[in-house]
Design a protein around this ligand. Sequence first.
Ligand SMILES: [Zn+2]
Ligand SMILES: [Zn+2]
Length: 787
Amino acid sequence: MTAETVVGRVAAARHRITVRGVVQGVGFRPFVARLAHELGLVGFCGNDEVSVFVEVEGAPAALAEFARRLRADAPPLAVVVDVTVAPAAPRGDDEFRIVDSLHRPGARTLVPPDVGICTDCARELADPADRRYRHPFVNCTNCGPRYTVITDLPYDRPSTTMARFPMCARCAREYADPGNRRYHAQPICCPDCGPRIFAEADGRRIGGDDAVLERVQREITDGGIVAVKGIGGFHLVCDATDPGAVSRLRARKQRPAKPFAVMAADLGAARTICEIDAAETDALTSPARPIVLLRSRSGSGVATGIAPGLDELGVLLPYAPLHHLLFAPVPGSAVRPPRLLVMTSGNLGGEPLCFDNDEARERLAGIADVFLLHDRDIAVPCEDSVLTVVDGTAAPIRRSRGYAPLPVLLDRPGPTVLAVGAEVKNTFCLTRQDFAFCSAHLGDMGSLESRLAFDRSVSRLSALQDVRPDLVVADDHPGYSTRSWAEDFGERTDTELITVQHHHAHVAALAAEHRLVGTPLLGIAFDGTGYGCDRTVWGGEFLTIGEELLDARRAGHLQPFALPGGDVAVRNPARVALALLRAAGIDTATDLPCVRALPANERGLVTAQLDTGLGCVRTTSVGRLFDGVASILGVRHRVSYEAQAAVELEALARTAAAPAELPMPVADGEIRLAELMGGLVDGVRAGTAPAELAFGFHCALAAATAALATDIADRAGVGVVGLTGGVFQNRLLTALVRVRLEDAGLRVLTHHVVPPNDGGLSLGQAALGLATLARRARTDPISEVPR
Ligand SMILES: [Zn+2]
Ligand SMILES: [Zn+2]
């Protein structure tokens, strides 16, 4: 302090600060100016395409405070991606000013994500004296659709799907008034100039906002199913307290058991069905308004068919004005509005989300009784995001609306890489400089519609970012349609293609989101499936990564076992159970429920497959281990959605008071299975409660995982262990593994930005692509620099 003090005043220092992220149209520059004034600092700030640049001068302590609050107190909608501070020579300005925007050729603005309705707009929506009373499209600078209405950059009204709705004089005045909450709110509109809602039922069109809403509410009350066009696409909606409606929806959507999300009218309604702590409340009410997985309350009145066999419920709050109107009484109507609605994606199982009126009319015709439509186009579909809160921090399960297309910041700028992701829960990733843009959730690539949606999304994001890939990255799996798309794209555009191993990409995704590329670490990738380097199915992998992200070594894994019938076994955990028991020498035990669950002919077939090895693949999949254990414990023998047996097993384990003691030794870099199978079978025969065995299995697997990991970490000399892959969505297992690793003095990484499941894979593939190009540039400096 004294060193900086001259006689009579504190010496001034000057900082040049760059703030990158979504910092335009969110009141960031006025905020910077206010903060500078408050702290007695002079200088200036301005915008360029992706950043706010600031120069501030004043007392060092005030500068430090300024840098801290720049991040901590940023306006609610600003998304600060990073802040860099560099010293500069003091210039002795006499005030703080906002200066003109800079335009740099080739720079692209960041596309903001969609934002849930703000409290001001919600108040106007409910205020009969306001001119936007009950207007289904009310929005302002602080809220509303963004990503889903943008057709081009820069983000201006003509480059949105609002272009066809010319502003009325009053809206135009608000739009142009810097003192108004709607100053430069691109989707601004009102009942005079905005889009309209309408309904269609029995081939008849219904107009008039209140008539439409009354018809829809009556349909819901009567147990019907309504297709509702929202912000990022269609939802299928019914009364969440009506078991008949829920089972009708399941039958028509061909989705027998996979849980549905519930939209609650407000936080109070959400609390009647779930336990919600402070961090979960923050997540539910955050501008992204994701679906949050919450502990369900028993006897809450929600139909049990919504999440059969589970102790959690995916809950979200209204995020579009139209959602609020669904829950509000229609003036003059006798219909009582709902409090809890099923809100599930508007598609048929396995198909992509519908987001266009005609498409919905066609594809949802057999599902919805009534359509609630509007005439604002959705430029790009975007499903609801899903997250869970672990130890007070959000852990994403599906990163989509509200987050996409915000970039993940990479540790250094690089060429442009397009990573095409996995086959299920697909996202792709496109890099530009040090930004990695991960797409919204695209889902399973099994259908033609999905692949067309993928193609459209890639073209759109490339156009928005104005880039062409230097390299395309796909999974090693020869059967992935994303890989064949990448091969075709590579040929069409003369772009080089590389493929990477599935679990290597999972670990790379974790390293990338933590900006730890370059730090040696041990990645534990547990999931259902992944093409292994030895052409077997991997999924229980311990990979050590060197200072080079590309240098990965398989240092351990689950003991391999035979999977009879490959994909058929995935749908039939009882077959997996039989394979596991057989490997442990206990396969003929017909007293066991999992063996009896297979009819004699099926048992014969599976046994023959296991005997001859015909139709069997070797696997180290922890996902399949969960399936097999679930069947052995009688939890589930057949599944109708991915990971059903595993999530039910976890739910059961959480009900146990204490874990059963089960052995699961580690030897020669393998987690062994025979002892575990013996222990489980003994427990079942002894009548031990399935919940205790389920909990015991989680504990045994966690102990074995931690034992093998600490051994590998010791030998490799690494202090960081990452947990990735879909199995680590299991919060019980993750917590058990984490505590053991931390007790051993290791730093544990889990996912907070992209999901641990295949939805996060594309980020890791992109990181591996960039590492490939970087290594080439280093070792082969004469080679041609990528375009
Ligand atoms: Zn608003
Ligand atoms: Zn207007």
